[in-house]
Design a protein around this ligand. Structure first.
Ligand code: NAD
Length: 282
């Protein structure tokens, strides 16, 4: 019969150390584009677990204030808002500095803000191209560059970039978005290598389709571009790519996010995590 032998040095009755990956008490997270959708869900995931949050994003000021104060009072943690425009590098850097000045530290940076425009490449408007590259890609550079000295001084940091299945594969009519998201994965790998010995990790999450305002707008745009109904876009375009035939939920994204920001995620570095119902397995 198997007999368990006590390891030398282990005290009788000593319980193994339990690391609760859900405990974010005392930590501070900056999440770009967190006034709606995935960013707001991740902000809630942090605040529920005791972390303070800096929200960012566009929207009606009174609606944003309602969201901020509801999160703060329901979770009992400080929740701030910074209105940086992700198209402007200086404002992005100021948002990161604001977390340190106002909340005293910065543990988690989530580069999440993103926009989409659906159009054939030969008709793709230059201003839309520039905006998508600025918001979906360059803002991650400006925020990360500003966050690194703070994280290095603290001796620990977690950077999570919300890329997309479109960081790994393409779809027609999304040239700027696909280019930006592929760029995010390259940036993620480079940052990870540079910071590998600083106890700072940088990873990307690649969601499939999640039901948020960005997708609701795409359904209308795709219907116009392809000349088909919104119902047909949902069935034949959006969920056609996703083998589960359902949207990914924000809770499912929060699951991988909590792992990546925890101590258990310390060796996940420079990686991209597909949470896409099997889309990119095809
Ligand atoms: P969303 O439209 O709900 O959220 C986008 C957020 O970015 C909003 O808070 C918006 O205000 C903010 N934003 C846009 N322009 C900004 C600017 N100039 N300055 C500051 N904030 C700005 O969409 P979402 O689905 O939650 O998207 C979040 C991220 O997830 C994006 O990077 C998106 O590409 C990515 N993503 C989404 C899906 C999906 O199916 N929803 C799939 C893969 C990846």
């Amino acid at each position: 019969m198997f007999q368990w032998t006590k390891k030398p040095g282990v005290a009788e009755g000593a319980a193994p150390a339990v690391r609760d990956i859900n405990d974010l008490k005392g930590q501070v997270a900056v999440i770009s584009g967190s006034t709606s959708g995935i960013g707001l869900a991740l902000a809630r995931a942090v605040a529920i677990r005791g972390g303070a949050v800096v929200l960012n994003g566009l929207g009606d000021p009174s609606e944003i204030e309602r969201t901020r104060s509801e999160l703060e009072s329901s979770c009992g943690v400080p929740v701030r808002y910074h209105g940086a425009d992700m198209r402007k590098g200086e404002e992005v850097a100021d948002m990161v500095a604001f977390a340190k000045h106002d909340l005293g530290r910065l543990d988690i940076l989530v580069n999440n803000a993103g926009i989409q425009h659906v159009e054939a490449v030969e008709k793709f408007p230059s201003d839309k191209w520039e905006q998508i590259i600025a918001i979906n890609l360059s803002s991650a550079f400006y925020a990360t560059r500003a966050a690194i000295p703070i994280m290095k001084a603290q001796g620990r940091g977690r950077i999570v970039n919300i890329a997309s299945a479109h960081g790994l594969v393409a779809s027609p009519f999304k040239s700027a978005y696909v280019a930006a998201k592929h760029g995010v994965l390259g940036f993620t790998k480079t940052v990870a290598l540079e910071l590998a010995q600083d106890n700072i990790t940088c990873n990307a999450i690649c969601p499939g389709f999640v039901e948020t305002p960005i997708v609701e707008k795409q359904i209308a745009d795709q219907a116009r571009t392809r000349g088909i109904s919104k119902e047909a876009v949902l069935k034949d375009v959006i969920l056609a790519a996703q083998p589960t035939k359902r949207f990914v939920t924000t809770d499912e994204l929060a699951g991988i996010f909590l792992y990546l920001v925890s101590d258990l995620g310390a060796s996940a570095n420079g990686a991209s995590f597909s949470i896409d119902g099997g889309w990119t397995a095809q």
